[in-house]
Write a protein that binds this ligand. Structure first.
Ligand SMILES: C[S@@+](CC[C@H](N)C(=O)[O-])C[C@H]1O[C@@H](n2cnc3c(N)ncnc32)[C@H](O)[C@@H]1O
Length: 194
């Protein structure tokens, strides 16, 4: 990620925003269960808050330097951080009660990779498990912020269709104040029909 991210995403202001506008509202409505998988934790703003709400949190981060930061911070806690690509995760099917992906879909450079990440989330969730996430909507400001970096904001309408095609049900998607916030369940029956 570019230097703009280092400044913003590691700031207390970013953590406050993420907690108040995204994480608290989602955690109030959706049961995260015991074991949460976080995709793209970055500087850990979401990880720090979420880990207090679940028994175990596993995080997959593409950037080895960011993963190392988090491994150091969360050593001997309920958080395990691995370097990896969220479009192809090593864990078995149905391994997690919940999957979280915050402010990271727009960092996946292609539509195919965004689809693959959402599909991996589905595979990794146990039946009845919940996907929760958020992302910033396209804007000239966001584009400028990502100079020299990946910038592939997801269209909320496409996100809705993708989630549905992959097989998620109980899809909740809110578009407000430049953000899309979403939650969706892997059907309890595992066949698209709970
Ligand atoms: C903007 S940061 C968001 C960090 C954090 N979730 C937050 O909201 O503060 C996006 C993160 O996704 C990571 N990322 C990008 N592509 C990824 C991939 N294919 N697999 C795992 N992580 C990825 C980036 O390295 C970066 O740390």
């Amino acid at each position: 990620m570019n230097e703009n991210h280092a400044t913003l995403c590691s700031s207390p202001e970013w953590a406050e925003f993420l907690i108040a506008d995204v994480l608290e509202p989602l955690a109030d409505r959706f049961d995260l269960g015991e074991h949460l998988l976080e995709l793209g934790p970055g500087y850990g703003a979401s990880t720090r808050w979420l880990r207090e709400r679940v028994k175990r949190l596993t995080a997959i981060e593409l950037d080895p330097a960011l993963a190392q930061r988090l491994q150091d911070e969360f050593a001997d806690t309920n958080v395990a951080v691995e370097v990896g690509d969220c479009t192809c995760v090593r864990f078995a099917d149905d391994s997690f009660d919940s999957v979280g992906m915050f402010t990271m879909l727009h960092h996946l450079p292609t539509a195919a990779e965004q689809s693959a990440a959402l599909t991996e989330g589905y595979r990794l969730l146990r039946p009845g498990g919940v996907l929760v996430g958020s992302d910033s909507l396209a804007s000239p400001e966001l584009h400028g912020f990502h100079e020299g970096d990946s910038y592939n904001p997801i269209d909320p309408a496409r996100l809705l269709v993708l989630l549905q095609i992959i097989g998620y049900d109980r899809i909740n998607l809110t578009v407000d104040c430049g953000l899309v916030i979403f939650a969706a369940r892997k059907p309890a029956g595992g066949d698209g029909h709970a």
